[in-house]
Design a protein around this ligand. Structure first.
Ligand code: ZN
Length: 177
């Protein structure tokens, strides 16, 4: 009873940005797929036929989803549908980072105008206003973009990716509607 009360009163923060993917291997594959989407790695290769993780030459189990390669087999191409799921995560996260940074810069710009136009004495000095615009703009863009926006984008993007993967798995296994 005491255990339960303490558990429910403490919000559990697990995973990255409070989201745990039901498919841990997608999380491991995301940076690899990002590279692929950015065309930083060659298209060809040998991939796990279950999760499409790139396999090492003599691998007997997949380093991403732990599948037994002798059972799941290999493939030389990643389906577009699968790449699109990773792209959805990447784009969503990027959009939130950019939107957050823009929001931060907007706040700094408004502060700048307020200081220039209405601030009394020292605060109204153009040098102070400019420092707020540049320094504040940087800090606020980081805060709303790289910190807050990135976390929201990460959660939303991961959910999108995981849902697309789930749909792909269902279709592949022939149980999808
Ligand atoms: Zn795999």
């Amino acid at each position: 009873m005491v255990e339960d009360a303490r558990k429910s009163s403490t919000p559990e923060v697990e995973g990255t940005a409070g989201y745990i993917s039901p498919y841990p291997y997608l999380e491991k594959l995301q940076p690899r797929m990002d590279e692929r989407l950015d065309r930083q790695v060659p298209r060809g290769g040998t991939y796990c036929a279950f999760c499409f993780g790139r396999l090492k030459k003599e691998a007997t189990t997949c380093g991403f989803c732990d599948a037994d390669i002798s059972e799941t087999g290999t493939t030389t191409e990643i389906p577009q549908e699968v790449l699109r799921a990773y792209l959805a995560k990447k784009k969503t996260e990027e959009r939130w980072v950019h939107a957050g940074a823009f929001f931060g810069l907007t706040i700094a710009s408004v502060l700048f105008i307020l200081l220039i136009g209405w601030a009394p004495g020292f605060l109204g000095h153009p040098g102070v206003a400019l420092a707020v615009l540049i320094g504040g703009g940087y800090v606020l863009a980081q805060l709303f973009g790289s910190i807050i926006g990135a976390q929201i984008g990460y959660r939303r993007g991961s959910r999108k990716r995981d849902a697309l993967w789930e749909r792909y798995l269902e279709a592949r296994e022939g149980t999808g509607a």
